[in-house]
Design a protein around this ligand. Structure first.
Ligand code: NAD
Ligand code: UD1
Length: 334
């Protein structure tokens, strides 16, 4: 069975591609390589002994996308990762973010919605903004997001929901990722951030590697047990498996559906706890200092995962220790 993976050579897409190939799906990877490289294909091949079909196409280019879908009439599902994802950057170039994340999605939907090809969409816990109640359930209403990036995810979800309503044979799932971290346990693929990483774990591993002098912990006076922010860190392999299970659910479901699911561990971890856990599992010391809170940061966010457990049968398996160990091994392997 052939699956189209947009952004398939990126961080999450490459991990999903390995699991799809392991499960004997035929994978068509589309990527414009803006935030990845063809060398990821080698890593995928070393892990699985197989290769996806690769096409260097931009999802904003609708005519190329149409030609691709006409060539591959046997696509049975689409997993859509191709997008921009840097929160900070989205404040500086909002139009690029709306163009890529929203227009790119529209292009894809126009071509697949009438063909009954189900879709899995990469959404984010950012759609909740600062939720008033924890853990965060899928039914929690949207709060205004703190960035243009966050708006693209809210808008994306709404566009997909309305499309499912209008085309009764079209089904989709939006997966709201909490904080993906870690790398493939073989260290053959992982996260390759462009420039200086803004996210905690890649910045931390690079700091321990000596690329930065110190990790700044943003805020120490939050209303949390140790004063630092709390997040739900999910191993990228667990996150990848959630896509496989969601795909099975979509393909086996006769009825048209639109669902949103949180993908997290269900546990909150503070920045300080994460640093201490990293030090424990790697034996390395993390040079860090407390800093002012980062604008737009939410104090605490972790997922209620009952819905995905009940409906899809997915639950995370990897521990925070394994995720941090794999992130460190990947960093050392660079
Ligand atoms: P990534 O940047 O590593 O992967 C995205 C891939 O898409 C890259 O390989 C990039 O080259 C490609 N791409 C970007 N624009 C494209 C275009 N116009 N045409 C074709 N290819 C294009 O990002 P990721 O971390 O793997 O994230 C994947 C998805 O998950 C994104 O939609 C992101 O918003 C979402 N998400 C990520 C996180 C996270 O923390 N990583 C959290 C929540 C949601
Ligand atoms: C952000 C986005 C989320 C996006 C994710 C991955 C928001 C509200 N959240 O999550 O949508 O999917 O990035 O791109 O926009 N921290 C430090 N020092 C650092 C870096 C981070 O202390 O150098 C802290 C932050 O304050 C936060 C935690 O670490 O408490 C995690 O930060 P980060 O990895 O950037 O992810 P989020 O901000 O949670």
């Amino acid at each position: 069975m052939k699956i189209l993976v947009t952004g398939g050579l990126g961080y999450i897409g490459s991990h999903v591609t390995t699991l799809l190939l392991d499960k004997d799906f035929e994978v068509l990877c589309l990527d414009n390589l803006e935030n990845s490289s063809e060398s990821v294909l080698d890593g995928i091949n070393k892990i699985t002994g197989k290769s996806p079909i690769f096409e260097n196409i931009d999802i904003r280019d609708k005519s190329s996308l149409r030609i691709l879908l006409d060539e591959h009439v046997d696509i049975k599902g689409v997993i859509h990762f191709a997008a921009y994802k840097a929160v900070e950057e989205s404040h500086k170039i909002p139009l690029d973010y709306y163009q890529n994340n929203v227009v790119g999605l529209l292009n894809l939907l126009e071509l697949i919605s009438t063909k009954r090809i189900p879709l899995i969409f990469s959404s984010s816990c950012t759609v909740y903004g600062q939720a008033k109640k924890l853990p965060i359930k899928e039914s929690t209403p949207y709060q205004p997001p703190t960035s243009p990036y966050g708006y693209t995810k809210q808008v994306g979800e709404q566009i997909i929901k309305h499309t499912c309503k209008a085309y009764p044979n079209f089904s989709a799932i939006s997966l709201r990722y909490f904080n993906p971290i870690g790398a493939h346990p073989t260290s053959k693929i992982g996260e390759n951030p462009r420039g200086v990483p803004q996210n905690l774990v890649p910045f931390l591993t690079q700091t321990v590697m000596g690329k930065h002098s110190v990790l700044k912990v943003f805020g120490s006076n939050y209303n949390t047990p140790d004063g630092t922010c709390i997040r739900d860190y999910i191993h990228v392999m667990d996150l990848a498996q959630a896509h496989i299970d969601s795909l099975d659910f979509l393909i086996s479901n006769e009825k048209s559906i639109y669902e949103t699911f949180n993908v997290g561990t269900g546990s909150g971890v503070s920045v300080l706890e994460l640093i201490k856990t990293f030090e424990k599992v790697t034996g390395e010391e993390v040079p860090f200092e407390y800093n002012e809170p980062r604008t737009g940061d939410t104090e605490a966010a972790f997922a209620d995962i009952k819905k995905i457990e009940k409906k899809i049968g997915w639950k995370s398996k990897y521990s925070l220790e394994e995720a941090l160990k794999n992130a460190w091994e990947w960093e050392k392997n660079q």
